[in-house]
Ligand binder design. Structure first.
Ligand code: SF4
Ligand code: SF4
Ligand code: SF4
Length: 380
């Protein structure tokens, strides 16, 4: 294994051939900041924040750790003075590039609370950015005490209209830092190919379809792009005004919609769901959710939800106890099997049942009732 060792910040680590410097660092809990890297997708090196310095025989050179493969004998510095200076410059460029009205750049010397108060005072629209306090760019600007305004605007002043003509996602491209995570998430992770980079030079932006709204594109509103966006360019419409990031408790659960069993985090404030995200690195979905799992949770607050079993009689349904309902079902099944045999029965497992419940139901029909008349409702 001696030929697969690199040194990061003075400590030696083994690596597997093919791993990037960033992957080796993350595996060993070394924090290299980044804004465009998205696990499992092609490295783009777009944000330049993950740069590191390499010691070579002839001197030092700078590379993006997300795309540079680890090589035996490499000596890497992740926070050298030169790297910190460049990193601050790139963070400043991103702050300058759009409508980052949380004012992080101008207020970096103050305490967090003073900064929050001053940000509110300075926000002419009497509203803070919806991801204030949960923004990776803001956090990096604060960590590296970046003032912003490093070289004037490197793109034209961004005055793009906010797009919100759909029920789920608000797109504010004036806050987009063109990291490309959403494009990778849509095209490489979810394979929906609804969005991409469009236009050129200072007018470059993320476009839906050939320059339309999400509503008129191939978007299926899975919300993966929102989950990976590091800033406030993409936010959940239903979460707006429901709770600040530090006010919510995150509760892990299994999606109630189908048998796949995707792992979710419910962001809850005062017993109310603010938003739902997928559990990164959690099987089977590895962070992904579909439109139902991510946005379709309102039914849990419906006053039409059934709270007791219902028995159908001539005049319609009447409420019953579980014992009465289960006894009725068992007696009826027994009578049908006695009169007409087990193949007179058929079962359809609910599409919302979890995998394990559907498995138990087919066992009940095959092993206990002795019939193969069992199916699963495909309509979800
Ligand atoms: S996206 Fe981030 S940096 Fe930009 S205004 Fe919002 S919180 Fe601030
Ligand atoms: S919601 Fe899903 S399909 Fe729509 S743009 Fe985002 S990632 Fe693509
Ligand atoms: S919308 Fe968000 S994820 Fe997409 S490029 Fe802009 S900042 Fe990155």
């Amino acid at each position: 294994m001696d030929q697969n060792r690199i040194t990061i910040n003075g400590h030696a680590y083994e690596f597997t051939p093919g791993q990037t410097i960033l992957e080796v660092a993350q595996q060993n809990l070394i924090d290299i900041p980044n804004l465009c890297h998205l696990k499992g997708t092609r490295a783009t090196g777009a944000c330049r924040v993950c740069i590191v310095e390499l010691e070579e025989s002839w001197g030092r050179k700078i590379v993006s750790s997300c795309s540079a493969p680890a090589k035996n004998g490499m000596i890497v510095h992740t926070e050298s003075p030169k790297i910190v200076a460049y990193r601050k410059f790139y963070i400043g460029l991103m702050l300058d590039s759009g409508n980052h009205n949380c004012d992080i750049g101008a207020r970096a010397d103050e305490s967090w609370t003073d900064f929050q108060i001053s940000a509110m005072e300075n926000d002419q629209k009497e509203e803070l950015c919806p991801v204030w306090g949960d923004c990776e760019l803001q956090a990096l600007a604060y960590r590296y005490q970046v003032k912003g305004r490093v070289s004037g605007r490197h793109r034209e002043a961004v005055t793009l209209p906010i797009e919100g003509d759909n029920p789920f996602i608000i797109r504010d491209m004036s806050r987009c830092i063109l990291c490309g995570r959403c494009v990778a998430a849509c095209n490489e992770v979810q394979v929906n190919q609804a969005i991409d980079f469009g236009f050129r030079g200072t007018k470059e932006q993320i476009i839906a379809g050939t320059g339309t709204t999400l509503m008129n594109s191939a978007c299926v509103f899975c919300g993966e792009c929102v989950q990976v966006c590091p800033v406030g360019a993409l936010v959940e419409k239903k979460a707006l005004g429901k709770g600040r990031p530090w006010e919510v408790t995150k509760i892990r659960t299994t999606c109630p919609y189908c048998g796949v069993g995707c792992q979710q985090l419910l962001h809850v404030k005062n017993d109310t769901i603010v938003k739902v995200t997928g559990v990164e690195d959690g099987a089977p979905n590895q962070g992904r959710l579909c439109v139902k799992g991510r946005f379709g949770y309102d039914f849990i607050y419906s006053d039409k939800r059934l709270k007791t079993p219902l028995i159908r009689e001539k005049d319609g349904f009447r409420e019953a106890s579980w014992e009465e309902a289960l006894t009725l079902v068992a007696d009826t099944f027994t009578r049908i099997i006695d009169e007409s045999g087990p193949d007179a029965l058929a079962g359809v497992s609910c599409a919302r049942s979890i995998n394990e419940d559907s498995y138990q139901m087919q066992k009940l029909f095959r092993a206990v009732f002795k019939t193969n008349n069992i199916d699963h409702c495909a309509r979800t």
